[in-house]
Design a binder for this molecule. Sequence first.
Ligand code: FES
Length: 63
Amino acid sequence: MVTKCVCSDVLFSDMKKTADKFGLKSINELKEYIEVGENCQFCHPYIELMLKTGETEFEPVIE
Ligand code: FES
């Protein structure tokens, strides 16, 4: 399962806590609070899904 931004080593569940606390709706807003998604950006679609659905664990798109 994909559970975090590997480059920053930050779990989606931790990002969600911050997003919920401050009412964040986008990766750019999230980035103002935590350093995530700055490198390969592989995690971006997952972070977007997390913000939209509240889920924090995802099946990998590419097996
Ligand atoms: S996994 Fe998030 S920037 Fe690389």
